[in-house]
Design a protein around this ligand. Structure first.
Ligand code: HAM
Length: 428
């Protein structure tokens, strides 16, 4: 047997319905907030991430699936989608093509990390990115979008963390302050932190090594080094969150493991998860479009880990599609009419299963029961000659006979109805 690769997973029927539910909710939220879908390749030039995600990040230093292809090109399986979306924004001049550039994408990402619950080498993200707006009202709206996604998925016991990492104007002073506070303690830190101290001291906050935490906890906070504009932006963002009634905690350690962030950073933690409890994270990245060769345009966004959302969703989320009917046949001559009946009902929009093997009526009924179909349609015998079908309600056990033409109406009219929400019962 050839098994799957470590850190990758099959999403099997039974679980996949939860994913489909999640994807439906994600698309619906994105569309309602004005995002259009974009799909970019999973493979990109290595330099896109070196430049975009940043040379000093763990992702670029240790976690990329990079290889030389047969044409000698250095290519990488995307570890995140933000640089790809920015590349597409620049490459296709999307700002001319779309009135407001708000984009989302769903798909797999690849990071060579140590696998554990909620952390995989191939995982999936929803990415939500908005371009061209500096105003903090967008920061607040994006965070509210993320919170809405989590709420609509029924995920409870969550916590919103925010921070501001400043801008290229004020961050160097903070970097200096970090180095000053570290003083002669740098050699006591782990090897990664010693590298981080040289390349980008802010990255020291990404450290998970237990022995380093006491030193890191005592380091200065970025929000105490913000320039006037960044402080104002942060205050307005917090006010915006207040307008939406969102609770948050300012976390000084939330610098996020990517180099492109400016000003706002945020994460939502799911406390029902284990060690890997960030269900989503994001922030503002105002210099990234320019760094990747585009115009000087602002950007804000977030990415949610779909595996983690699925883990945090309530157990009953994502119902399996209940088959409307299972078609059983009696006798060989019933099989072709049954196949046509199945086709017609499917074309009409119903979910229909059918027996393929001409088994005994008893074993067909048993199978129908296992599928959970609402009805069994029995095709054969006298009814077949008269253009009729027997229909058995699997819940009540009642059985009667219907004209073939009326079967669809019966199946539609008995479908469970979904309530239409009203503004009054939706708004908090
Ligand atoms: P990130 O924090 O690296 O940010 O990833 C976002 C989310 O992806 C995490 O909160 C987590 O839920 C999930 N995730 C990350 N790594 C793994 C993994 N190995 N296994 C399972 N889930 C994982 C970004 O990727 C940024 N591009 C977010 C962003 C978009 N910032 C601005 N725009």
């Amino acid at each position: 047997m050839i098994s799957s690769i470590r850190g990758t997973r099959d999403i099997l029927p039974g679980e996949v319905e939860r994913w489909q539910h999640l994807e439906r909710v994600a698309r619906s939220v994105c569309e309602r907030y004005g995002y259009r879908e974009i799909r970019t390749p999973v493979v990109e030039r290595e330099e896109l991430f070196a430049k975009g995600t940043g040379e000093s990040t763990d992702i670029v230093q240790k976690e990329m699936y990079t290889f030389v292809d047969k044409g000698g090109e250095h290519v990488t399986l995307r570890p995140e989608a933000t640089p790809s979306i920015v590349r597409a924004f620049v490459e296709h001049s999307l700002e001319q093509a779309l009135p407001t550039v708000k984009l989302f994408t769903l798909g797999p990402m690849f990071r060579y990390e140590r696998p554990q619950k909620g952390r995989y080498r191939q995982f999936h993200q929803l990415n939500v990115e908005a371009f061209g707006i500096i105003d903090s009202s967008l920061d607040a709206e994006i965070i509210e979008t993320a919170a809405t996604l989590v709420a609509e998925l029924g995920i409870e016991d969550v916590e919103l963390l925010i921070n501001s990492v400043g801008c290229p104007g004020c961050r160097p002073a903070f970097g200096q302050a970090l180095l000053k506070a570290l003083g002669n303690q740098v050699p006591k830190l782990c090897a990664d932190c010693q590298r981080r101290a040289k390349m980008n001291p802010l990255r020291i906050f990404d450290c998970k090594v237990q022995a380093d935490q006491l030193i890191i906890d005592a380091l200065p906070h970025s929000i105490d080094y913000l320039c006037e504009d960044c402080r104002e932006h942060f205050n307005k963002t917090k006010r915006g969150l207040g307008v939406y009634g969102l609770d948050y905690r300012v976390s000084h350690r939330l610098v996020r493991g990517l180099d492109y962030y400016t000003r706002t950073t945020f994460e939502i933690l799911g406390h029902s998860l284990g060690a890997q409890n960030a269900v989503l994270g994001g922030g503002r990245y105002d210099g990234l479009v320019k760094r990747l060769g585009g115009p000087d345009r602002a950007g804000v966004g977030f990415a949610a880990g779909l595996e983690r959302l699925v883990l945090a969703m309530p157990g009953d989320a994502g119902a399996i599609t209940v088959p409307d009917a299972f078609i059983a046949t009696i006798g060989e001559e019933a099989r072709e009419p049954a196949q046509l009946l199945a086709r017609d009902l499917r074309h009409a929009g119903l979910t229909i299963l059918i027996d393929y093997e001409g088994r005994s009526p008893r074993s067909q009924m048993k199978r129908a029961d296992r599928t959970g179909a609402r009805f069994v349609l029995i095709v054969g015998g006298n009814e077949l000659a008269q253009g009729e079908v027997s229909i058995k309600n699997m819940k009540t056990g009642e059985q009667d006979t219907l004209a073939r033409a009326d079967v669809g109406t019966r199946l539609f009219s008995t479908k469970p109805v979904q309530e239409t929400p009203t503004l009054a019962n939706l708004c908090r």
